[in-house]
Design a protein around this ligand. Structure first.
Ligand SMILES: Nc1nc2c(ncn2[C@@H]2O[C@H](COP(=O)(O)OP(=O)(O)O)[C@@H](O)[C@H]2O)c(=O)[nH]1
Ligand SMILES: [Mg+2]
Length: 199
């Protein structure tokens, strides 16, 4: 576990990439479908129950939310995507903004893709991994809410998704994760350390 992440604090909210903080240092973005557990994952990894807002109502976070980790490193909570009740036009705007951010943000070192372990690799998840692949951005998948499955089922699920990822998205690694049980924190910190090298 790397306690540097525990001193994270809210930095700013950006409706578009133009409002993002200076593109210096290192940044890791957290993406995933609405309700996948992105905000909960950020809170678990920073050991802070209320840093990123979590919600039972999907589709709440529509801005990029930036968190300061160390002076030169940041986490970004990306807008949840794939929420059925959002109008198509808004969805298209989100997608355009995310693609722009993923391909142009120089400080971006990697993408954490959060997928509910019970509903992995939906269309938008594949799209995100595709964009990462195209921009040469490493990705790491957190199969979230692993506490919702029995350990054997969670392991089998991980193996199945890993096989598919290895086949199509070779720059992507994967692990099981549970924010509520705090499982998988060390493994995720190791990936973040490699990308951000915070100090
Ligand atoms: N059982 C369980 N529930 C979780 C976990 N992570 C998130 N949740 C729940 O899933 C819902 C959505 O989580 P949230 O972090 O807001 O998802 P986001 O929309 O991707 O940011 C909330 O009700 C969380 O309490 C987990 O590891 N285990
Ligand atoms: Mg959220």
């Amino acid at each position: 576990m790397n306690k540097l992440y525990f001193s994270a604090s809210y930095l700013t909210n950006a409706p578009t990439i133009a409002h993002a903080p200076d593109d210096v240092g290192g940044e890791v973005a957290f993406a995933g479908r609405s309700n996948a557990g992105k905000s909960s994952a950020i809170n678990a990894l920073t050991n802070n129950k209320s840093l990123a807002r979590t919600s039972k109502t999907p589709g709440r976070t529509q801005h990029l939310v930036f968190f300061q980790i160390t002076e030169l490193t940041r986490f970004v909570d990306m807008p949840g995507y794939g929420y059925a009740k959002v109008p198509d036009k808004v969805k298209r705007q989100w997608h355009a903004a995310m693609e722009q951010y993923l391909s142009h943000r120089r400080s971006l070192q990697g993408l954490i893709l959060v997928m509910d372990c019970r509903h992995p690799l939906r269309e938008f998840d594949r799209q995100m991994l595709e964009w990462c692949q195209q921009s040469g951005l490493p990705a790491h998948v957190l199969l979230s809410k692993a506490d919702k499955l029995k350990p054997n089922a969670a392991r089998a699920g991980l193996d199945a998704v890993r096989q598919e990822i290895d086949l199509h998205f070779p720059n992507t690694s994967i692990q099981n994760f549970s924010a509520s049980k705090k499982h998988g924190i060390d493994e995720a910190h190791t990936v973040l350390d490699e990308w951000l090298n915070p100090q």
